[in-house]
Design a protein around this ligand. Structure first.
Ligand SMILES: CC(C)(COP(=O)(O)OP(=O)(O)OC[C@H]1O[C@@H](n2cnc3c(N)ncnc32)[C@H](O)[C@@H]1OP(=O)(O)O)[C@@H](O)C(=O)NCCC(=O)NCCS
Length: 263
């Protein structure tokens, strides 16, 4: 279906309004959590990105990124990626990310980052296995309380995806090559049933316990110098983070390790 869709840079106020609508449809935020159209406009004007996926004249998905700077290194922080439910699982989310990468490379960036919920198996699969992002930072309760029902009332724990746009790892993954597994030294599991636990008040404690346990396991692994380098799904939809030593990109652009220690 998505071959007929096109990805375009958005620059009209009416298009930013539509992104705000999509944001509310996709995350179900209340007013205080919604990013207003002015921020989309600012992102587009200051060297970030607002890319839309269009079906005819209708925007059915978008990606929004802001420029960032750390340790002498400019990068893009992708703040939102959304696809309407009826357009999902047909490759559109991946196409939006690839369009972000093309635009970033054309403008000289070599790093894009974004955060994602470590309990969201689909997002982890897309980010790590399909796009080649690596992860070595965990931020507990990143946003504070969230009004999105997707969060299920849990703390907004987030992993930082680092997408090293020109790296051999990313190029190989995008080329469809198998991820090397010989260096994997740790595995951390996420059962698919967690999505159900999050949405059921009576079972939410199970999701909370899993979140806490995996938070400790991931933070410990990161403190030992491991990074998430791949993600597996089994036939019933359970996910597993695969961790291995990672020494690439440890020069000036290395994220603050201190951040890990503080979380
Ligand atoms: C995340 C999102 C943008 C992805 O968009 P999409 O168009 O469905 O993405 P794609 O079709 O390119 O890729 C989805 C992948 O997840 C897989 N997937 C679908 N359901 C899954 C599940 N329950 N568990 C694991 N993987 C799953 C698909 O098979 C596909 O992988 P494949 O290409 O290897 O087959 C979309 O689901 C969305 O808007 N979600 C709500 C908002 C959100 O979470 N945004 C991202 C924050 S980081």
């Amino acid at each position: 279906m998505t071959h007929a869709l096109r990805i375009e840079s958005l620059d009209q106020l009416s298009q930013f309004d539509r992104c705000v609508d999509l944001q509310i449809k996709v995350w179900g935020y209340s007013d205080g959590d919604v990013i207003p159209r002015r921020v989309f406009l600012v992102a587009q004007r200051i060297g970030g990105q607002v890319l839309g996926a269009l079906d005819g004249d209708t925007i059915v998905g978008f990606a929004m990124a802001l420029p960032g700077y750390r340790n002498g290194h400019a990068y893009l922080h992708s703040h939102m990626l959304a696809v309407l439910p009826e357009y999902r699982n047909a490759g559109l989310g991946r196409r939006l990310k690839l369009a972000q990468r093309d635009d970033a490379l054309a403008r000289g960036f070599d790093l894009m980052e974004w955060t994602f919920d470590p309990l969201e198996i689909k997002n982890a699969h897309l980010n790590i296995h399909r796009l080649g992002a690596i992860v070595r930072r965990y931020h507990a309760d990143f946003y504070g309380p969230s009004s999105s029902p997707l969060q299920g009332g849990l703390p907004t724990d987030r992993l930082y995806a680092e997408w090293w746009l020109r790296s051999p790892h990313v190029v190989a993954v995008l080329d469809g090559q198998e991820h090397p597994t010989e260096t994997v030294t740790a595995r951390i599991e996420v059962p698919a049933v967690v999505a159900q636990w999050k949405q059921d008040a009576a079972q939410r404690i199970l999701a909370s316990d899993l979140q806490t346990g995996n938070r400790i396991a991931l933070q410990t692994a990161f403190a030992e110098g491991l990074a998430v380098v791949d993600y597996e799904r089994d036939a019933t939809g359970n996910g597993t983070f695969l961790l291995a030593p990672w020494t690439e990109h440890d020069a000036a652009a290395t994220p603050e390790r201190q951040e890990v220690a503080n979380d």
